[in-house]
Design a protein. Structure first.
Length: 319
């Protein structure tokens, strides 16, 4: 069943103690709003509203859920709420901060810090795909600091893609929009349309290739790096399982402006076999630092200024 077009809450709607300013994005699983609290501070509010299960028409506040979908809707709501509660205890500069979660209108809302900046997807498009290797290494080493903290708390992201990586004005990368609740709902309810992002989802998210784990998120990281280098996502993992037409970046010189070590690292992350990929974020960070000359954790403190310089070069000078 194709997702239905759910109507967003109206501008100015009070979701105490917040006031909806406008809709930011609308997907098959949720709607995200820009809102303000009583002090005028901007926040992002994510509303659980899967189009495959519920419908909210113009002028309505509560979604209408058919009787035969009530149980699945409530299960997804529970997953969404529990994910928000788990993320609320996580505080890291490279992971979006969950500030609050609340129930209203027969659904659940996650309140998050509103991040200013550009997504990696937007930045790459503005640069016409010409991203400096130093920028990629510095950005992803810092981003992986946040992902490592996520994994340390026994959590997974499961929807890592360029549009879910925000670059703050100072260059700091931030992980947005976790997809674990969507993955859980899709995996346990086979009649639902899968909520994966083609090209960025790992093969084990489509098929029973073993347990999900850090290696699943590492596939997404590799797919992001691939997209930054090639200008488009890698072939879909579910298609690759049927016929693997992936062309390794380390073979040939089509992308020789990037080091062989970086291209081989991307190929490593994108192995179909989960056990053939890096098994931990630490292993991937170590490989990313290798060519870039990063010395370890102590070196990370200096990255913010270098990233800002790379993102905002002095007028008249190249990268």
């Amino acid at each position: 069943m194709l997702p239905q077009a759910n109507c967003a809450l109206p501008e100015g709607f009070r979701l105490e103690p917040y006031r909806i300013e406008r809709k930011l994005s609308h997907g098959g699983f949720s709607i995200v709003y820009l809102a303000r609290d009583r002090n005028g501070t901007e926040v992002a509010i994510k509303e659980y509203l899967p189009g495959s299960l519920a419908l909210r028409a113009e002028g309505e506040l509560r979604p209408r859920v058919p009787a035969d979908k009530q149980a699945v809707f409530r299960y997804g709501l529970k997953c969404f709420f529990e994910e928000g509660r788990a993320l609320a205890v996580l505080s890291h500069p490279n992971v979006v901060r969950v500030l609050n979660f609340l129930r209203a209108n027969d659904t659940v809302y996650l309140v998050m810090a509103f991040e200013h900046g550009r997504t990696l997807h937007e930045y790459a498009r503005q640069r016409h795909g010409r991203l400096d290797e130093r920028f990629l290494r510095l950005s992803f080493v810092r981003l992986l600091n946040g992902l490592r903290e996520v994994h340390a708390r026994k959590l997974l992201h499961l929807d890592i893609k360029p549009s879910n990586i925000m670059l703050r004005p100072d260059g700091t990368p931030v992980l947005l929009d976790f997809g674990a609740a969507r993955q859980t709902l899709s995996a346990t309810q086979p009649l639902l349309k899968p909520m994966y992002t083609p090209g960025f989802a790992a093969p084990e998210q489509f098929a029973d290739l073993g347990a999900l784990g850090p290696w699943t998120d590492i596939y997404g990281v590799g797919a992001c790096l691939y997209a930054c280098i090639v200008g488009k996502p890698p072939p879909r993992a579910d298609h690759r399982l049927e016929k693997d037409d992936y062309q390794p970046l380390a073979v040939g010189d089509a992308h020789a402006r990037y080091s062989l070590q970086l291209r081989a690292l991307v190929d490593w992350c994108l192995r179909l076999d989960p056990l053939a990929r890096p098994q931990s974020v630490h292993a991937l960070q170590k490989a990313l630092r290798y060519e870039g000359g990063e010395g370890g954790e102590a070196a990370d403190a200096s990255l913010a200024g270098r990233l800002a310089a790379l993102m905002n070069p002095t007028p008249g000078r190249g990268e």
